[in-house]
Design a protein around this ligand. Structure first.
Ligand code: UDP
Length: 389
């Protein structure tokens, strides 16, 4: 089976990291077409996945664009669509991994008569998208997609509520290789030393810096914790949220937490950093579609405290393999953190359960088999259909 993957981003977000794991087993039978150059291209190349930068022009539609802005971008997209149609001749199906890839992939799939798969990594609701974007996405999916892979029940439910066709959608969680999260004890000790945090209780927050990821909630909670509790914020503003970054820095200064909050920027040593932490916090203030960082924290054998909404509720069982707290409630978050600081034996048990359940539920090999089965039956159906035409 030969697959043409499409993704709009050159940057490393959760959807892109997930795509690397899905495309890798196909090797030379995959091609990832990107609408921007960047670190994502480098990661694909490191993983020996063929990649093609299909355009260097910035596509001027955002998650909150109006109808006319969306319409205006169509002219800009036309050459890109034709490039994809050309590439698609050599592939069995088109696999769109992001919203702009869906727009291009939908029209290219129609013109090239290749089935379209859309991997839905988003909660299609007005908390995340403009009405126009929602309508365009659902209309294109219903009209052109043969299959939608949703990354959680939460994403599936939002899709159905937005008017998506129920017969198109299957839920497949993100997959992870548990081996990647087993790290060397010495390396993590060194990391702690280098950061000057040897004798601290470290909370890790691993997300791009963005208002809806709620780093400010963790900072507020930290202010209510003992002095030896510190936080590392790992991630960068990937999509221009520089005002929010400024606000976070100001907040840290205002609360006098300069020695207790470290901004580490974007990092590629996530397993090592997570293992170095005593706890991983997830604080999104809008429903998280999946929440890769939650599973990664579990695979590192860390207690994870997650905001109780969206996909996070499907990953964590409160008090069994992690903790769920009300979103946007720093007081409650601080209380759970303080319990974790005080009850190390109980917490170790919970973290151990987390590692076991996450290794079983999210094993990349099993997840990739599920996806492969779904894609195979699509390709077979399409070949039958083309023969009859
Ligand atoms: N991540 C990373 N470096 C960073 C911060 C985050 O590699 O500095 C990774 C993180 O390990 C996770 C992904 O980015 O795999 C984020 O995925 P998630 O589903 O949590 O959020 P998204 O970015 O998709 O909204």
């Amino acid at each position: 089976m030969k697959i043409l993957f499409l993704d709009q981003s050159g940057k490393l977000g959760g959807a892109e990291l997930c795509l690397v794991d899905i495309a890798k087993p196909y090797g030379k039978n995959a091609l990832v077409g990107l609408f921007a150059d960047g670190d994502f291209r480098k990661l694909l190349e490191e993983n020996k996945i063929p990649v093609d930068i299909l355009t260097n022009q910035v596509i001027k539609v955002r998650k909150n664009s109006s109808f006319f802005q969306a319409l205006g971008s169509l002219k800009q997209l036309t050459p890109l669509i034709f490039k994809v149609v050309q590439r698609a001749q050599n592939y069995d199906l088109i696999y769109a991994n992001t919203q702009k890839a869906l727009v291009v992939g939908a029209l290219a799939s129609f013109l090239s008569r290749r089935p379209l798969v859309y991997h839905l990594h988003d909660i299609l609701s007005t908390e995340h998208f403009s009405q126009t974007n929602l309508r365009v996405a659902v209309t294109l999916i219903n009209r052109f997609a043969s299959l939608v892979i949703a990354n959680s029940q939460a994403s599936k439910i939002a899709f159905l509520q937005a008017g998506g066709k129920p017969n198109l959608i299957e839920v497949v969680y993100n997959g992870f290789d548990p081996q990647n999260y087993l790290t060397n004890e010495l390396d993590t000790q060194k990391l702690r030393q280098n950061l000057g945090l040897e004798d601290k209780f470290i909370i890790g927050h691993f997300s791009r810096l963005s208002q809806w990821k709620g780093q400010h909630i963790l900072i507020d909670a930290l202010d209510k914790c003992p002095q030896n509790v510190v936080a590392i914020l790992v991630g960068d503003a990937l999509f221009g949220e520089h005002e929010y970054v400024k606000y976070l820095h100001q907040k840290v200064i205002k609360l006098g937490l300069e020695n207790r909050v470290k901004f580490l920027g974007f990092r590629t040593d996530i397993p090592q950093l997570m293992t170095m932490c005593d706890l991983v916090a997830h604080t999104s203030i809008a429903p998280e579609p999946f929440g890769r960082v939650i599973v990664e924290g579990m695979l590192c054998g860390k207690p994870v405290i997650a905001a109780n909404s969206g996909g996070a509720m499907e990953l964590v069982e409160d008090g069994i393999n992690g903790f769920l707290v009300t979103p946007e409630e720093p007081q409650e978050l601080a209380q759970v953190i303080n319990n974790c600081v005080q009850e190390s034996a109980k917490i170790a048990n919970i973290a151990n359960n987390a590692r076991i359940t996450a290794s079983e539920r999210f094993d990349v090999k099993t997840i990739n088999q599920q996806i492969q089965q779904l894609l195979k039956s699509l390709v077979i159906d399409n070949k039958h259909l083309q023969k009859r035409m």
